[in-house]
Design a protein around this ligand. Structure first.
Ligand SMILES: Cc1ncc(COP(=O)(O)O)c(C=O)c1O
Length: 478
């Protein structure tokens, strides 16, 4: 462990932000910021501002930044920017850092690997870590049958390959997906993705043979029933209706579903819905692909979110937190499906790079050694409790609190009666939190959802700090 890291994680000179901010009361944001010992400059600070100018001149705006600070280093759940300000990180690089930033064991394994072997291309000369991680993922993914895993570099590539495999196996073309879905930004990935702006606007023509149906969303039920007390289940009719009015189920290669829509606003699919999907897939010979890119590796309190329902998928796609910050994605599926594709039909130059695999192996060790699933559930209870308290306090502003375990979110509206999405005030909460030392992210079709994706091993103090800043930000904006 480097001394900076030790200092950051345990320095008594870095008191909980909550203590400091308590004394600040309702002063201007700037004043609060300057009194925090973790926040040392205005936000963004001068170095971040200067880098942002260079960034504008050197890189296109299409690749945007949700937050205006430049990262310098990060450890555990704390991130320090180039101006020396340290933030509690509730974004986790969009769900990539379930084991925290730069976990010492992960760093060590990657260092060992980089000194020994960095690349051969698995398709040219194989190496053991690929096999070792595949064996471990095969054992973890639900399903009491033989499985195979192939590695790629990202979530979108995992989804693309899952579709290729399902098409090859079934000899069919059609793919069914859902509203609020996010499956990536490649041509097929963005076609399967639901949200138009920014992901699809202006990028057509899209891939063919992708059919979308409304998804369960109790707060904004697509059947227009009052599902606020829990999903009534009638929304499954959209799938059945699509089989009559939109696409022959016999022409569908796969149904692809996120067990909890991530970018779509943290919307869990009810168990019964996933069970019915399994049934229709079995009935019509469709491959059930579960996209666990954001939900996987403990994000919902189980290793994979689909485990909550007991449904056994045919193929699971993973990425993000699998390798704690190194680029790695995977497709894991039933051997009889995965083995159909001819040799050479799948693969990529870098997919399953030895460094990313070393990180993936370290992530799994960390889960075991640190009991991360137990921690995930503890974090989930506290986060969900804090969000529910806020909703009780601001019932007209916080329309919905939902999620699964620590994958928790609140949906913000102009008023409870109209449920008009309040994207503007959602952005102001993120900004207010940033000024006080907390990194937050939005989500949702309307950009009016605050979601949290903090490392699962965040300390109790850091979690308290973050939740308390979040509450202050909500209070100040509400
Ligand atoms: C469920 C899901 N699938 C696929 C992707 C695409 O992953 P990547 O950005 O690594 O291509 C994401 C990314 O957020 C995701 O959340």
């Amino acid at each position: 462990m480097c001394s900076y890291r030790e200092q950051l994680l345990s320095d008594p000179e870095q008191p909980p932000i909550t203590d400091i901010l308590e004394s600040v009361k309702q002063t201007r944001r700037g004043a609060a910021m300057l009194e925090s010992k973790r926040i040392k400059t205005e936000i963004p600070g001068p170095k971040s501002k200067a880098l942002m100018e260079r960034r504008k001149a050197a890189t296109p705006p299409g690749v945007m930044n949700a937050l205006p600070i430049f990262a310098s280093e990060a450890h555990g759940a704390l991130l320090t920017d180039v101006d020396g300000n340290t933030f509690v990180d509730f974004t986790g690089g969009i769900g990539v850092l379930n084991v925290g930033h730069t976990d010492a064991r992960l760093v060590e394994k990657v260092k060992e690997q980089v000194e020994r072997l960095t690349h051969t291309c698995f398709a040219v000369i194989p190496y053991e870590p690929y096999i070792e991680l595949a064996e471990k993922i095969n054992a973890l993914v639900p399903g009491d049958f033989e499985k195979r895993t192939m590695f790629v570099n990202s979530g979108a590539e995992a989804v693309e390959n899952a579709v290729k495999i399902a098409r090859y196996h079934t000899g069919r073309n059609g793919i069914m997906v859902f509203e609020n879905a996010f499956h990536g930004r490649t041509l097929l990935g963005m076609t399967m993705t639901s949200k138009v702006n920014p992901y699809k606007k202006g990028f057509g023509p899209f891939a063919t043979e992708v059919y979308r149906v409304p998804a369960p969303y109790p707060y904004r039920c697509p059947t227009r029933q009052d599902c606020s007390g829990g999903c009534q289940g009638d929304c499954f009719n959209f799938v059945e209706r699509a089989f009559t009015g939109v696409v022959d189920p016999g022409s569908l290669a796969a149904i692809v579903v996120e067990p909890v829509s991530g970018e779509g606003g943290f919307l869990p699919f009810p168990d019964f819905y996933l069970e019915r999907l399994r049934e229709v897939c079995d009935e019509h010979g469709i491959v059930l692909v579960v996209d666990e890119v954001q939900t996987g590796f403990g994000r919902t309190g189980k290793m994979f979110a689909i485990e909550h329902s007991g449904v056994i998928p045919d193929i699971v796609t993973t990425a993000k937190s699998m390798a704690g910050g190194l680029p790695l994605g995977a497709v894991t599926g039933r051997a009889d499906i995965m083995d159909t594709v001819h040799p050479g039909g799948l693969g990529t130059t870098y997919g399953g790079n030895p460094l990313a695999l070393a990180a993936g192996l370290a992530v799994l060790e960390t889960f075991e050694e640190d009991d991360l699933l137990v921690k995930a559930n503890e974090v989930g209870e506290r986060v969900m409790g804090a969000m529910r308290d806020l909703q009780e306090k601001h019932p007209d502003f916080i329309g919905d609190v939902r999620g699964s375990g620590p994958m928790a979110a609140m949906e913000l509206v102009q008023d409870a009666a109209s449920k008009t999405p309040d994207k503007e005030r959602t952005g102001r909460i993120v900004e207010a939190a940033l000024q006080e030392g907390l990194l937050l992210l939005t989500a949702g079709q309307y950009g009016n959802v605050i979601r949290v994706l903090m490392p699962l091993n965040i300390t109790g103090d850091q979690l308290d700090e973050g939740l308390s800043i979040m509450a202050r930000a909500v209070d100040s904006v509400a």
